[in-house]
Design a protein around this ligand. Structure first.
Ligand SMILES: Cc1cc2nc3c(=O)[nH]c(=O)nc-3n(C[C@H](O)[C@H](O)[C@H](O)COP(=O)(O)OP(=O)(O)OC[C@H]3O[C@@H](n4cnc5c(N)ncnc54)[C@H](O)[C@@H]3O)c2cc1C
Length: 409
């Protein structure tokens, strides 16, 4: 059952308060580093250790305060608050802080780096020993599906896990791995049955791999959009040993786990899109009321009004789509509707991308300054039209699901 609106509001307000009281002071302590791109990244592209530690610290504090795993299924030891709270929490957080990557964004677990329904597949040692550490943020992870030769076409992964006596040996290369540079563990998708994988009928297995395992190596940090470093890594796996207890879920069922998780990511990205898009509108409206040309505030020029109105209309629709997706699939223990997740992520990330583009236009020259920070949103949403399913594959997914008979709109 969906949580009543007033209770959801209380949770979100509590989270915002946590962000103000806990994350903002810590943010101020590392401002000398985060405010200077030459200090933010080490020469190898990794974040400054103080930034990494502050992120870990805020995760741990949020776990203690009950926010980190609040939307993780209760059966796993999470708060079980569901996907609607998850959507509203990310919408509210990002609306407050905008596209700059603040510490508050580490207060609620990300499906790929922290506890999520992916762990419903954990049994034995993974469930009893590892999961509690994931829930308390003692350890953080990364999710290794994509490879140099396999992004959109994820079935094409070449990383292989071969049996060697009682254990597995994993070899291959992973690319674009978010949090890869700083993770304690990786969930690695590897082919365990080539024939089935080639037929796209299973044959891919998910492995829990500590990043200090011999043969696991962060080969480089990917720099995106002019940054001197980043959060995504290329990872090499060379004969990495994995015991049977490190298999997450059943052998051969990794692809199902991956797709389930990716859909969760689409809801997350939709929520961030509408929140940050609204952050941009709020700033554009304030500026349009204040900035004067030809004797009147620019908000009175029809051309500027259309920029704002189109943005508001698109964000309104995207937020409605996200709220519906979350409410219709509120139980985090069940698979999210694939078509609706694809529609929502497509609509929301594109709405946000245009929101930042139009807001930049409204600000005129000021719009392209670092001071206003709109460029960060433009960069982010350009990326988010690719990561977690490109615009093209999302539409392909929608068309495929329609053809299969899912015509609910
Ligand atoms: C910032 C960032 C973070 C990421 N984080 C992770 C992560 O943590 N873990 C992880 O495993 N992966 C991650 N990814 C990888 C991401 O999922 C892939 O980049 C994405 O799926 C696209 O794959 P690709 O880059 O190989 O592009 P390609 O698959 O090479 O696509 C190139 C172009 O061809 C188009 N195209 C491809 N196939 C089709 C088709 N069938 N129909 C129509 N058009 C098609 C695409 O839409 C695109 O325009 C991340 C990517 C980015 C950019």
């Amino acid at each position: 059952m969906v949580m009543p609106a007033d209770e959801r509001r209380r949770v979100v307000e509590g989270l915002l308060q946590f962000a103000r009281k806990e994350a903002e002071p810590l943010e101020a302590e590392i401002a000398d580093v985060t405010g200077d791109p030459r200090q933010l990244y080490a020469p190898d592209g990794r974040f400054h250790p103080r930034v990494v530690e502050a992120r870990r610290e805020i995760r741990r504090r949020a776990a203690k305060a009950g926010y980190y795993a609040m939307c993780v299924p209760a059966g796993l030891g999470g708060g079980g608050l569901g996907r609607l709270v998850f959507f509203e929490a990310w919408d509210a957080l990002t609306r407050r802080y905008g596209p700059h990557e603040v510490l508050a964004y580490f207060a609620v677990a990300h499906w790929a780096t922290g506890p999520s329904a992916m762990w419903l597949n954990a049994e034995g040692w993974l469930a009893s020993e590892v999961l509690p550490k994931v829930l308390s943020a003692e350890i953080v992870g990364c999710f290794c599906l994509s490879e140099p030769e396999a992004g959109t076409d994820a079935w094409g992964i070449r990383t292989r896990a071969a049996r060697a006596g009682d254990t597995w040996r994993i070899s291959g290369s992973k690319q674009w791995i978010t949090n890869g540079p700083d993770a304690d563990y990786a969930v690695v998708l590897a082919v365990t049955d080539r024939q089935r994988a080639d037929a796209r009928r299973g044959g891919v297995t998910a492995f829990f791999v500590p990043t200090n395992s011999p043969g696991f190596r962060v080969e480089s940090v990917i720099r995106v959009q002019g940054e001197l470093g980043g959060n995504e890594a290329i990872i090499g796996l060379s004969n990495v040993e994995a015991a049977p207890r490190q298999v997450l879920g059943r052998e051969g069922e990794g692809f199902r786990i991956a797709m389930y998780s990716v859909n969760q990511g689409r809801l997350y990205n939709a929520a961030r899109s509408v929140g940050m898009g609204t952050w941009a509108v709020e700033r554009a409206v304030a500026y349009a009321r204040e900035r004067r040309t030809f004797g009147v505030p620019i908000a009175e020029h029809q051309a500027v009004q259309l920029l704002l109105a189109d943005t508001a209309a698109e964000l309104y629709a995207a937020r409605a789509a996200g709220l519906r997706l979350a409410a219709d699939n509120d139980d985090d223990g069940v698979d999210i509707n694939r078509k609706d997740a694809a529609i929502t992520k497509y609509v929301a990330t594109n709405a946000a991308f245009r929101a930042f583009d139009r807001a930049t236009q409204v600000f005129g020259g000021m719009g392209v300054t670092n001071e206003v920070g709109l460029y960060q949103g433009l960069n982010l949403f350009r990326i988010l039209r690719i990561a977690d399913g490109t615009d093209e594959i999302l539409r392909t997914t929608v068309a495929r699901e329609l053809a299969k008979g899912d015509l609910a709109l």
